[in-house]
Design a protein around this ligand. Structure first.
Ligand SMILES: C[S@@+](CC[C@H](N)C(=O)[O-])C[C@H]1O[C@@H](n2cnc3c(N)ncnc32)[C@H](O)[C@@H]1O
Length: 252
């Protein structure tokens, strides 16, 4: 009876592998459009629920750091904010009051998910959605933003140095860039080997994400006048490959 059970399980696994997993993997490999279409579902319905129960405290800390840096602001004047890599809008809950928010993402397939989620946050004044890569944000004017926000974003940029240059360009003088990113393990640790081993998979299934990125290095060399970096470690075993997190606040 037990043998029969395992034979049935194996047959079902093979059917799943041959009819679902393999065709999806081949299509992801061959088509960039399918990768972009697939990622919002993989992120919002699988990765995000797993990650967010652990990461929400770091997200909160990120916005606390931002709000502390804005102490003394004139609340009657709206804050011009740009969030790059908005995804499904995981940060909307945390924005300071009286914000004019512009959102930018290179993946148009996130937009319906973001629009649906945005209905829950009517206090935010949405200015516009821009579908463009952050390496070349031609639709955002120079010196136009008080704050720029990114979370879980730099790991999947094609060129993070170019993105940081663009962020500095669009920030007003003294404007703030705040981010939360997962970070690489230190050199010569098992965790770093695990991250390197997983990176071809995350590239394919998480739309270009490289778990070994070192966001602090990129931000520090970008040319901000001041950079504050804080490291956080998430302890739950389910997110071991990205347990190291960085929260950073940079001033133009
Ligand atoms: C992992 S999701 C994070 C979404 C959201 N910020 C969060 O914290 O849940 C990364 C987002 O960044 C976007 N993205 C990645 N590289 C980008 C680029 N070069 N320009 C614009 N958006 C980019 C992706 O399309 C995706 O929406």
């Amino acid at each position: 009876m037990i043998q029969l059970f395992w034979i049935v399980v194996c047959i079902l696994l093979w059917i799943f592998f041959l009819t679902i997993a393999l065709p999806i993997t081949i299509t992801l490999q061959l088509s960039q459009t399918f990768r972009a279409f697939f990622f919002p579902y993989a992120y919002l319905y699988l990765i995000f629920p797993l990650l967010e129960s652990q990461a929400v405290s770091v997200r909160k800390k990120t916005f606390e750091l931002l709000k502390d840096s804005l102490v003394g602001r004139d609340h009657s004047k709206p804050l011009e904010a740009l969030e790059i890599g908005i995804g499904g809008g995981a940060n909307l809950h945390h924005y300071p009051d009286n914000c004019n928010l512009t959102v930018l993402d290179k993946n148009k397939f996130f937009e319906p998910h973001f629009k649906q989620n945005a209905k829950n946050y009517p206090h935010i004044n949405y200015k516009k959605t821009v579908i463009q890569p952050a390496e070349n944000m031609t639709e955002i004017q120079d010196n136009s933003m008080d704050i720029v926000v990114t979370t879980y974003f730099l790991c999947s940029c094609d060129n993070s140095d170019e993105v940081l240059k663009e962020i500095i360009r669009v920030l007003k003088p003294e404007g703030k860039y705040v981010c939360m990113e997962h970070d690489s393990f230190p050199e010569n640790t098992i965790g770093l080997y695990v991250q390197r081993f997983l990176s071809p998979l995350t590239y394919l299934y998480a739309n270009g994400c490289n778990p070994c990125t070192q966001p602090a290095k990129v931000i520090k060399r970008a040319g901000f006048s001041q950079v504050i970096c804080k490291e956080c470690i998430l302890t739950h075993w389910t997110i071991y490959p990205i347990k190291h997190h960085l929260v950073a606040l940079a001033t133009k």
